[in-house]
Design a protein around this ligand. Structure first.
Ligand code: ADP
Length: 258
């Protein structure tokens, strides 16, 4: 039987006077790399907050690792890199090694010296994101894309089975974005980490992504990447069409589905 990291059924969510999600059904199979795509304002963050237990469910259900979210306790199996993670300014006095170590500190709740095994875990996480040569560099000196890799390493250091990334490529330069996806593919294919990537950019659905979900209040598509690639633009027009009503017009100038 197929194992799922996340199973969402009949999920609807509303803020005071606005329906944001309606009857969402979504599964994230173990070992998959799911791209969750939707324009700005389509409810992606709301859905993430429901999955992370930040928002209390009113309608529908979520199971994490087979357990109803209301009884789920194994949060250390889930790594999360928020969109706002990337906010170090150039003066921040911490090396890549120290920033990634914070992933262990937050687990223990105390600053302390790390033993050899823990230091090895930090180095392995830094290597997994391809940042070994920068281990002693100051985080503030790195590019947006390099910083994002460091934040992913910080989430990886506690060895999560599922990693949730919120708009991971926002700070990544255009010329580095393909390498960045290759690194995510490595985490998924070689290290066996299940990935859920939330993005407004349909261009983020590369061949590394195994499954796709298109959300804009409703679920417009959910299937494997092959099926997604076979979709005709016409099939997705309700999805694109819908966002025209929700989004500022100047957002279109940047391309992608905003
Ligand atoms: P996305 O992450 O896809 O940009 P969000 O989930 O942030 O979408 O927002 C979906 C809709 O819900 C938007 O119209 C937004 O204005 C609204 N919204 C988000 N957060 C709140 C909130 N705390 N209270 C009321 N409305 C909200």
């Amino acid at each position: 039987m197929k194992e799922y990291m996340i199973e969402i059924d009949h999920l609807s969510f509303r803020y005071e006077n606005q329906n944001v999600l309606e009857d969402i059904h979504l599964q994230v199979p173990k070992g998959s790399f799911l791209g969750l795509v939707g324009p700005n304002g389509s409810g992606k963050s709301t859905l993430l907050k429901c999955i992370l237990g930040i928002l209390k469910l009113k309608e529908g259900s979520i199971r994490l690792f087979g357990t109803d979210i209301r009884r789920f306790k194994e949060w250390d199996k889930i790594g999360y890199v928020s969109q706002k993670a990337n906010s170090f300014n150039s003066g921040f006095p911490a090396t890549v090694f120290e920033v990634v170590s914070m992933g262990l500190v937050s687990k223990t709740g105390l600053f302390r010296f790390f033993n050899k095994e823990q230091k090895e875990k930090v180095r392995a996480a830094i290597e997994a994101v391809g940042m070994s040569e920068f281990v002693d560099r100051n985080i503030g000196e790195l590019s947006g894309g390099q910083q994002q890799r460091v934040f992913i390493a910080r989430a990886l250091v506690s060895e999560p089975e599922l990693l949730i990334l919120d708009e991971p490529t926002v700070g990544v330069d255009a010329e580095n974005v393909q390498n960045f996806y290759t690194m995510l593919g490595h985490l998924n294919e070689d290290l066996g980490i299940t990935l859920l990537m939330v993005t407004h950019d349909i261009g983020a659905i590369t061949d590394k992504v195994t499954h796709v979900a298109c959300v804009n209040k409703h679920l417009f598509f959910h299937g494997d990447t092959e099926a997604f690639n076979e979709l005709k633009t016409a099939d997705l027009s309700p999805f694109y069409g819908h966002h025209v009503h929700v989004i500022d017009h100047h957002d279109h100038q940047h391309g992608g589905v905003r």
